[in-house]
Design a protein around this ligand. Structure first.
Ligand code: AKG
Ligand code: FE2
Length: 365
């Protein structure tokens, strides 16, 4: 019986290659110990609501909310955001158009497939990994209307408008939301208002990844997305009602994040943790965490999630300002690098396991 399942063909994830369930089996130590619907309710990530602060007034409520956000990011690296101000219609349209795309026959989707000439676009699983294949279909695109249109036109031809518009509108709204969150973090820390936002004016490295995980006949041995931390600065994740996101807590136990209707999950990426670890400790004693997470799959339901990764301008130099360093107690631990360099490092590694890309800049002395 078990063998029969492992030999089933996985048409929905085969891009011309004939994959079987057994090709998706993960190494034992990576397999999920808890199910997609095991939620850590007593111990879930904090919930932050923007109700009452969407008018932008910097009153006392605003101040305490900003501080709560900093605390959530210091203690958990993750929080759920409700009453976020992004119109439900924008989100619904985006989800509808993405499902429409994923529902197309494979040969149509492959017209927008990732290739050496177009590293972003559609892919089913990621055969480059060789083993530990993610049980997922993925659409990955830059925050660039031109690129979105180029991709959509390949897949939908002259009917690309509804997809392109929904995608562009969603990304623009999420970008505004991201800037608001940055401003609030900075405010909560008592730093100069444009401390982050000035590095995010150009969007050339900001991108979206939409994951659709089909039902999986062997969820206890497969993963939708293996354990990783997001290399970017901050992620705004939309997940549907199914569940499957799990985070690795500081006690090294996995915890499932219960989906909340009309919410986003916000998490800190490696670059921001880096800023905080090495740049801001002196000011705040605070520290924002980039936490390892993964997506597990299940037998019955397909699941959709969309991660919007905010990234600084490529030329932004990620460097701890000298006035915050002390040769005796707090010496420079990383050589300064640009986001461009960091991205190259990530691409060379194919898959981020833990925070290995950052180690390249570690000064060993
Ligand atoms: O599907 C999820 O909940 C997680 C997605 C994720 O972590 C990512 O795309 O980086
Ligand atoms: Fe992630």
């Amino acid at each position: 019986m078990a063998q029969e399942v492992e030999e089933e063909h996985v048409e929905s994830l085969s891009m011309g290659n004939d994959l079987q369930v057994k090709n998706f089996i993960w190494s034992e130590e990576e397999r999920p110990a808890i199910n997609y619907d095991d939620f850590a309710d007593g111990d879930d990530i904090p919930v932050i609501s923007f109700r009452g602060v969407l008018d932008g007034k910097k009153n006392r409520d605003y101040q305490s909310l900003c501080e709560a956000m900093v605390n959530a990011c210091s203690n958990w690296g993750f929080f759920k955001l409700v009453d976020h101000g992004v119109a439900l219609e924008t989100i619904d349209k985006f989800i509808f158009r993405l499902n429409e795309l994923f529902d197309l026959p494979m040969e149509k989707k492959m017209k927008g497939g990732r290739s050496a000439s177009m590293p972003l676009g559609y892919s089913a699983t990621n055969p480059e990994y060789g083993k530990n294949l993610p049980w997922a279909e993925i659409v990955q695109l830059l925050q660039s209307p031109q690129q979105v249109v180029a991709f959509a036109a390949k897949v939908f031809g002259d009917q690309h408008q509804p997809f392109s518009n929904a995608m562009i509108e969603y990304m623009q709204e999420l970008d505004k939301l991201g800037m608001r969150i940055f401003e609030m973090l900075v405010h909560g820390l008592g730093l100069q208002e444009d401390f982050f936002t000035r590095n995010f004016e150009e969007k050339e490295a900001t991108m979206i990844r939409v994951n659709r995980y089909p039902p999986c006949p062997l969820p206890e041995k497969c993963l939708g997305l293996g354990s990783h931390s997001d290399p970017h600065t901050m992620t705004i994740l939309l997940q549907d009602h199914v569940g499957g996101l799990q985070i690795l807590k500081s006690d090294n136990q996995w915890a499932g994040i219960r989906p909340v209707p009309n919410s986003f999950v916000i998490n800190i990426g490696d670059t921001l943790e880096f800023f905080f670890l090495f740049c801001l400790r002196a000011w705040t004693n605070g520290r924002l965490k980039s936490v390892v997470h993964r997506a597990v799959v299940n037998k019955e339901k397909q699941r959709l999630s969309a991660a919007y990764f905010l990234s600084p301008t490529s030329s932004a130099i990620i460097e701890c300002p000298p006035q915050l360093l002390d040769p005796g107690t707090n010496s420079r631990k990383y050589t300064p690098f640009t986001w461009e360099d960091f991205k190259k490092e990530l691409l060379a590694q194919k898959r981020v396991l833990g925070k290995t890309a950052l180690n390249r800049y570690l000064i060993s002395n």
